[in-house]
Design a binder for this molecule. Structure first.
Ligand code: SF4
Length: 197
């Protein structure tokens, strides 16, 4: 997907640069936080939006949430480079508020480009916002965590697993079991569980 123009290599079309669709976010962001990880993997993890640490680093899921995610992947024999991690919106909302519907709508084409580029069999939605964005319905994550649905996205049917945001495990340690259960289900459905053996 990377385009070559003479000797100049241009960013792939799932790598967003210079986007100014969301006025409020553009005014507050340090940078656009694009997805990170494998270009070709069966498991894509999608969060809500960059937080402060991600905005500074330019990488999704760093900071304390990222540590939880990294440790959980490593405990299953996977590092971040084996999967791909991205967000519904790529710019940090001020004061860590939820992304607005208009911002989710603005950033949706970027997300769909990334899904089409990576072409994952399975998408793990890390929390309510990405689950609702992908499934286009209201979701009570506490009731539905671990549920599996099938949705047409990026030209193919994808398996969507409803998961928890890793930050939830920081606020409530009892959430760790549900977080890990959804992660395990996603890894299994993506065919990556053998890497743990
Ligand atoms: S959140 Fe997405 S659509 Fe909005 S300005 Fe950032 S990159 Fe563009």
């Amino acid at each position: 997907m990377t385009r070559l123009d003479g000797d100049m290599e241009e960013p792939a079309d799932h790598v967003v640069q210079g986007c100014t669709r969301c006025v409020d976010l553009v005014d507050h962001r340090s940078q656009i936080v694009n997805g990170q990880g494998a270009d070709d993997t069966e498991l894509l993890l999608i969060g809500e939006a960059p937080g402060e640490a991600e905005d500074i680093a330019g990488v999704p899921f760093v900071g304390r949430s990222g540590e939880v995610l990294n440790q959980s992947l490593e405990a299953r024999g996977l590092d971040r480079g084996v999967v791909r991690i991205t967000n519904c919106v790529r710019c940090r909302p001020p004061d860590n508020r939820n992304p607005r519907v208009s911002e989710l709508t603005n950033c949706r084409p970027h997300l769909e480009n990334e899904i089409a580029f990576v072409d994952p069999r399975v998408i793990l939605a890390l929390g309510r916002v990405p689950a609702e964005e992908l499934l286009q319905r209201d979701i009570r994550v506490t009731d539905e965590v671990g549920a599996v649905e099938h949705v047409e996205l990026g030209g193919h049917e994808r398996v969507i697993v409803i998961g928890l945001h890793p930050a939830a495990t920081l606020y409530n340690r009892n959430s760790m079991g549900a977080f890990e259960e959804a992660l395990d289900r996603s890894i299994e459905l993506a065919g990556l569980a053998h890497r743990n053996s």
